[in-house]
Design a protein around this ligand. Structure first.
Ligand code: GAL
Length: 502
């Protein structure tokens, strides 16, 4: 028997209010964009007065660390080819472009005693070029490329980084904030500190497990807060934009519904990302309690005279809490959490959390990247459950392949991910925009040019570095244009053009 929907709704009004699906279209004001980062695309590593960043330094001094012994010296040469990049954005029809500023291009000494005119001019050109076509710029202040000169003074292990970063942020806000209305302080803090200071998977490869990572975490969060306050107090009243934090959130699903496994999921989330975001977004501020306790226990068991991670002071907690106007989430993949088995021998509770990926999930070229069903939806849900109705931007999401323009796997990945965004919107999660990673193939950190994430393919052996649209570029364009996901749509040809109005 069919029950009329209206009747059913009047009986269970509350449930219906939540469950009735909105149309499967992206809302009118939903922002579609693409993301890049300075070191991965700009090249021109020593143009004008730019100094070495930690990634220039790593690639120049330890080329064997990068899988194809390449570097970012030329990369996509966006320093010279930015107009073509903007043309590609117009071809795609995006609303917004997220890119990062290279600290060492703006402040060649790292410190703010001298501002590079050439550096400022370059970013002014990029900003003016995108705005000419009504594409809104979103700036990330720090996407992993610390000036080497500051690394020589300890980098994020030196508490002075808080002032150094705020000084740099002032230069960025001051020069670009009249036209740029969205700023992100740090890209993926956990990767900065865990990978760069706690292990060897990112520059500066310090491998100071736990101790280095935690010092970095505290200093980075304080640096973020100081830059936010600076923006909020001095620039926002005049410029009227917003400032936030972007973090990588992988999905973590419990293998069973048991309390123990749910607890393991919570611990996993705390170590993976929430230790960076709870101080900013949680009600009470400070690091997650369980994590602090576990680190304290481990520290004592290992003979440290004090814990490797103490909480912020009450004053610091109040200073940090609330310092983000939105939640920027970079999302790629996820894991199934199987449980937590404390072991006396390991230094970190993090490594004791059992996790796995299903071998049936499609595998990208990047070893860590599998397409976990519903993973973006799960991540968006967890953020909302943890922090309430915070505005969310998906600041990165993407898939790696090898060379080749027939990238059906990337198409599948993007369609599924955007479907997850629609599901999240249906449930009232406040997702404001989606930035795909990435506009074009680029320097993929330790993987060099062996993993391709672009809508546009680049042959890095071609001196022209010609950008060629992949199939996924046409699919993304169609989604943006129609604001819906049409699974039957296939591009008629691979010839790109710019639609009217772009
Ligand atoms: C992110 C990072 C990007 C890009 C991407 C793909 O973690 O922010 O710079 O490399 O991963 O691996």
């Amino acid at each position: 028997m069919k029950i009329p929907v209206l009747l059913l709704c009047s009986v269970v009004a509350v449930t219906c209010a939540v469950k009735v699906k909105r149309s499967r279209r992206f809302p009118k004001h939903f922002i579609f964009g693409t993301s890049t980062a300075a070191h991965q695309i700009e090249g021109a590593w020593d143009a004008d007065d730019k100094s070495e960043s930690i990634w220039d330094f790593l690639a120049h001094n330890n080329p064997g660390a990068i899988s194809d012994q390449s570097n970012g010296d030329i990369a996509c040469d966006s320093y010279h080819k930015y107009k073509r990049d903007v043309e590609m954005m117009r071809e795609l029809g995006i609303d917004s472009y997220r890119f990062s500023v290279a600290w060492s291009r703006i402040l060649p000494n790292g410190l703010a005693d001298r501002v590079s005119e050439a550096g400022i001019a370059y970013y002014n050109n990029v900003i003016d070029e995108v705005l000419k076509y009504n594409i809104q710029p979103m700036i990330t202040l720090y996407h992993w490329d610390l000036p080497q000169k500051l690394q020589d003074m300890g980098g994020f292990l030196n508490p002075l980084i808080v002032d150094w970063f705020a000084d740099y942020a002032r230069v960025v806000f001051d020069n670009f904030g009249d036209r740029v209305k969205t700023f992100i302080t740090f890209n993926e803090a956990a990767q900065v500190c865990h990978d760069g200071y706690g292990s060897v998977t990112k520059a500066p490869m310090l491998n100071i497990t736990d101790v280095g990572e935690f010092i970095c975490a505290k200093n980075l969060i304080l640096a973020h807060a100081k830059a936010y306050h600076l923006y909020n107090d001095e620039f926002k009243p005049v410029q009227g934009g917003s400032c936030g934090f972007a973090i990588a959130v992988g999905a973590a699903q419990p293998v069973t519904d048991s309390k123990e496994v749910h607890h393991a999921v919570e611990l996993f989330n705390q170590f993976q990302w929430a230790m960076y975001t709870d101080p900013i977004f949680s009600k009470d501020g400070g690091f997650p309690k369980e994590l602090l306790e576990l680190v304290a226990q481990k520290s004592a068991a290992q003979g440290y005279p004090r814990t490797k991670l103490s909480d912020f002071t009450e004053e610091e907690k109040a200073y940090i809490r609330g310092t983000s106007d939105f939640f920027g989430v970079n999302h790629y993949t996820g894991v199934i959490v199987t449980g937590w088995k404390p072991a006396a021998t390991s230094s970190m509770a993090y490594v004791e959390i059992g996790r796995t990926q299903d071998k049936d999930w499609p595998q990208a070229v990047s070893y860590w990247l599998r397409q976990m069903p519903k993973s973006l939806y799960i991540a968006l849900n967890v953020i909302q459950k943890r922090y309430g109705d915070v505005p969310i931007y998906v600041t990165e999401n993407g898939w790696s392949t090898r060379e080749g323009i027939e990238d059906d796997e990337r198409v599948d990945y993007y369609r599924d991910a955007l479907e997850d965004v629609l599901d999240a919107l249906d449930e009232g999660i406040d997702v404001r925009g989606y930035y795909a990673w990435s506009l074009m193939d680029n320097f993929e950190w330790l993987a060099g040019y062996t993993e391709r994430f672009g809508f546009y393919e680049i042959n890095f052996d071609d001196p022209e570095l010609t950008r060629i649209p992949r199939k996924s570029a046409f699919i993304y364009k169609q989604i943006i244009k129609t604001r819906e996901i049409d699974y039957d749509y296939q591009p008629e040809s691979y010839v790109m053009s710019i639609d009217a109005g772009h």
